[in-house]
Design a protein around this ligand. Sequence first.
Ligand SMILES: NC(=O)c1ccc[n+]([C@@H]2O[C@H](COP(=O)([O-])OP(=O)(O)OC[C@H]3O[C@@H](n4cnc5c(N)ncnc54)[C@H](OP(=O)(O)O)[C@@H]3O)[C@@H](O)[C@H]2O)c1
Length: 236
Amino acid sequence: MKDDKIALVSGGNRGLGLETCRQLLEHGFRVLLGSRDLDAGIEAANAFGSEHVAAVRLDVTDSDDIAALAQHIEKIHGRLDVLINNAGILIDADLGDPASIRDTDAEVLETTFRTNVVGPILLINAMLPLMERVDDARIVNISSGMGQLSGMGGQYPGYRISKTALNAATCIYAAELDPARFSINAASPGWVRTDMGGEAAELSVEEGVDTVVWLATAPEARVTGGFYRSRERIDW
Ligand SMILES: NC(=O)c1ccc[n+]([C@@H]2O[C@H](COP(=O)([O-])OP(=O)(O)OC[C@H]3O[C@@H](n4cnc5c(N)ncnc54)[C@H](OP(=O)(O)O)[C@@H]3O)[C@@H](O)[C@H]2O)c1
């Protein structure tokens, strides 16, 4: 049990997070499926019919949840090999179409930032002591092309700025963590058919998480400090 590789996925109960859990199970990981609604997480985990997946309560905006989860992983597994910062929200559209930066308000910006940026940073910091115990620790931050500074467009300012900031956090961690032991990268899944992406999106969830799971598992993806889409490095 102590030798099994352990992966934690935030927002694992649906969408890209759920598919990431499925593929990590296929890669032989013990998967901790994070869900802010524990019942939804248990239902999602049970549907796999595998004893190698367990639901854990995780609201990334709740510091108590994060601390309790770190203690739980310490007690049960004593290590963490892979952390997928997948949980995210896009609420700019609640202001109405076209969600212009001229119409945004403090609540949209702050709520988005708390979930998409502060949450992942606090989660990484809580998990680092557990990840320092493994030789090949991998962190993947699920970003978005909408946060790509080099191709920034209009609309959805809260979401865009939050993903740009998550990319910046990725770079800062990469600069501070030992690259011989830690890989931390950002991944853009593309436009994917989920509740967030909508039915018109071009990619399936299987396609959307391909680069995420590759960064988390592949020997050749033992790289750090990059932004990736379709297994290729892209501009920030
Ligand atoms: N779909 C796309 O086209 C696309 C494109 C680029 C990037 N992304 C990114 O990919 C990630 C997953 O997106 P998705 O399309 O799968 O979205 P989704 O279908 O809306 O699922 C979002 C997931 O995040 C969880 N979540 C939201 N706030 C949370 C919080 N405070 N604590 C813990 N979990 C929380 C949700 O939990 P609940 O079920 O409890 O709400 C849900 O599990 C996001 O970071 C998103 O920005 C998506």
